[in-house]
Design a protein around this ligand. Structure first.
Ligand code: ATP
Ligand code: MG
Ligand code: MG
Ligand code: MG
Length: 470
C-alpha cells in the first residue's frame, strides 16, 4: 500500500463528514483573540470558544485538518522518527454532543476498517483512573487487557495554560521489534519510537482558568488529534514522518541543493530532515502573516530560519537556498492550502531577506563560537559564559538555542541565566533610551512584534509614524 499524506487527509475528513461532522478548512497558525497561545499547536486550539461556550458552533460536530507548529519539539526534529515543528493534525470534535463511546468507536472503525490497520499492531492508553474509557476499549471494542495501559498526567491528561482540558486516551501503533529501545518494559508511553502514538482522544470536560482551577464544563466535549504525517508514515512502514509522499520530495530537493545523498550518513540525514521540517514551518508561518523579528511569533520564525540555514552550512550549501526550497512546499501543498499560492512572492521574499541577513554574520559567528569552544576546552570549562552567548546573539544573530545546539554537539552548555540577564539589561537600556527620546510610542506598540501579521505590521507602522509626528 502506498498512501500519500493527501490521500489520508481526504479519507479522514470524508469519514467524519459521513458521521455528520461539518468539515472546515484549517485555521491560520496565528491564533485569533487568544493571548494564551503564540501559535496554533493543536486542532482544538482555534475552536476553544466553541468548547467553552462563548461562541455558538456552526455545528455540534466538526472535523478539520489543522496546520500546527510546536516549537517545543524543535530539538526532537530529525532525531526522533515522529516529531516535526510543523505538522498537520486531523481532528474530530464534539461540542456537547457525542462523548467517549462514539469517539472511541469511530476512531477504532477508522483505523481498522478504513485504513485496515491490523488489530494486533494496535495498543491503547487511558488516564489512570478513567475506568469508563478502559471499559469501552476492553468490553465494547474488545481490546485485550494486556494491550491497554494506564498512563499518568504527563501523557494522558491534555491541557494547555488555560482552556478546555481533560483526561485522554491514546492509540498507539507497534512498529515492531526493530524500532525498540530494547528496554524490558518498553511499551506505549516509552520515549523510543517503537510504539508510536498516533491519535489522542481528549475527553474535555473541564475549563481550566488562570488560577489553575478545573471548572467542569456543562456539556462534556470531544477533541481528538491525529498527526497526519505520523499515521501516513506508519501506514507506509516508513522510517520516519519525513520519508513519505510528498514530504520526501523536499528531502530530494535538499539532496540536490547540497549535492549529498540521504541515507548514507547519520549526521547528514539529521540535517536534511531538519531542513525538510523547517522549510515547511517557515513557509506556512510566513504565509499566515508572521515575519521574522526578535519577539514572539516572529522570533519563532527567525529561529527556524536561522537553524535551517545553519544546517545548510553543515551540509556544505553555499549561499541562499531556503527561498528556493519554498517552491517544493508550495507546489505540493497549494492544492489544499490555496493561500500558499497567493502568498508565494511574499513568502519567498521574506525568507530570502532573513536568510541574507543571517548570511552576513553566520560564518563569522561560527568562527567565534569555535574559538570559544577551543578556549573552554583548554581551560577545562563546560559552560559558556552568558555574555559570550549574548554577544553571539546580539552581534551575530545567533538565537540562543542555536548556540546551545552547537555546544551540545561538543557536550558543552551555556549559562542561560546569565544570558537572560544580559538580555534583560539590554531591554532596559533600549527602554530608557526610547523614553529619553520621547518616543514611548514604541512601547505602546510593543504588541506589534507579537502581532506580526503583515497587515497589522503595516497598520502599526502608520500608527507609529503618525504618533511620533505629534
Ligand atoms: P508525543 O508524545 O509523541 O510527543 P504528544 O502526546 O505530544 O505526542 P498530542 O499533544 O497528543 O501529542 O497531539 C496529538 C497528535 O498529534 C499526536 O498523537 C501525534 O500523532 C501528533 N503530533 C504531536 N506532536 C507532533 C509533532 N511534533 N510532529 C508530528 N506529529 C505530532
Ligand atoms: Mg509531544
Ligand atoms: Mg504523548
Ligand atoms: Mg498525546
Amino acid at each position: 500500500n502506498n498512501y500519500s499524506l493527501h490521500k489520508i487527509r481526504e479519507e479522514y475528513l470524508n469519514f467524519f463528514k459521513e458521521k455528520n461532522h461539518l468539515v472546515r478548512e484549517s485555521f491560520s497558525l496565528v491564533p485569533k483573540n487568544d493571548k494564551s497561545l503564540l501559535l496554533i499547536n493543536a486542532g482544538m486550539a482555534p475552536l476553544k470558544p466553541y468548547f467553552i461556550g462563548t461562541l455558538e458552533p456552526p455545528n455540534k460536530r466538526m472535523s478539520t485538518c489543522q496546520k500546527c507548529v510546536r516549537t517545543g519539539d524543535i530539538e526532537n526534529v530529525g532525531k526522533t522518527d515522529r516529531h516535526g515543528t510543523f505538522f498537520e493534525m486531523l481532528g474530530n470534535f464534539s461540542f456537547g454532543d457525542y462523548f467517549k463511546t462514539e469517539a472511541i468507536d469511530w476512531a477504532w472503525e477508522f483505523m481498522t476498517e478504513v485504513l485496515k490497520i491490523s488489530k494486533d499492531k494496535l495498543w491503547v492508553s487511558v488516564y489512570l483512573d478513567d475506568d469508563d474509557a478502559y471499559k469501552i476499549w476492553n468490553e465494547k471494542i474488545g481490546v485485550s487487557k494486556d494491550r491497554i495501559v494506564r498512563l499518568g498526567k504527563e501523557d494522558n491528561f491534555w491541557e494547555m495554560e488555560v482552556g478546555p482540558c481533560g483526561p485522554c486516551s491514546e492509540i498507539y501503533i507497534d512498529r515492531g521489534e526493530k524500532y525498540s529501545c530494547g528496554d524490558e518494559d518498553c511499551k506505549p508511553g516509552c520515549e523510543c519510537d517503537r510504539y508510536v502514538e498516533v491519535w489522542n482522544l481528549v475527553f474535555s470536560q473541564y475549563d481550566k482558568d488562570e488560577k489553575g482551577n478545573y471548572n467542569p464544563l456543562p456539556n462534556p466535549n470531544i477533541d481528538t488529534g491525529m498527526g497526519l504525517e505520523r499515521i501516513t508514515a506508519v501506514l507506509n512502514d516508513a522510517n520516519n514522518i519525513f520519508e513519505i509522499e510528498p514530504i520526501i520530495t523536499i528531502i530530494n530537493e535538499v539532496e540536490k541543493t547540497a549535492n549529498v545523498k540521504y541515507g548514507e550518513d547519520k549526521k547528514t540525514d539529521v540535517s536534511i530532515r531538519v531542513i525538510t521540517d523547517h522549510i515547511r514551518a517557515m513557509t506556512f508561518l510566513v504565509c499566515d502573516g508572521v515575519i521574522p523579528s526578535n519577539e514572539g511569533r516572529g522570533y519563532v520564525l527567525r529561529r527556524v530560519i536561522r537553524r535551517a540555514s545553519r544546517h545548510g552550512k553543515l551540509l556544505g550549501i553555499k549561499g541562499n537556498f531556503l527561498n528556493r526550497l519554498v517552491d517544493s512546499v508550495i507546489d505540493n501543498w497549494k492544492e489544499f492550502y490555496n493561500e500558499l499560492d497567493d502568498m508565494k512572492g511574499q513568502i519567498k521574499k521574506i525568507i530570502k531577506i532573513e536568510e541574507e541577513k543571517f548570511e552576513e554574520t553566520i560564518d563569522q559567528g561560527i568562527e567565534i563560537l569555535k574559538s570559544y569552544i577551543n578556549e573552554m576546552k583548554s581551560n577545562n570549562e563546560t559552560t559558556l559564559k552568558g555574555e559570550k552567548a549574548f554577544k553571539l546573539y546580539d552581534t551575530y544573530g545567533f538565537p540562543l538555542d542555536l548556540t546551545k545546539e552547537i555546544l551540545e554537539d561538543e557536550d558543552l552548555k551555556v549559562d542561560e541565566e546569565q544570558f537572560n540577564k544580559e538580555m534583560e539589561s539590554q531591554r532596559n537600556r533600549a527602554r530608557s533610551a526610547r523614553s529619553s527620546d520621547g518616543i514611548e510610542a514604541w512601547d505602546a506598540n510593543k504588541s506589534l512584534d507579537l502581532d506580526v501579521g503583515i497587515k497589522t505590521e503595516f497598520e502599526g507602522y502608520d500608527k507609529l509614524s503618525s504618533q511620533s509626528k505629534v
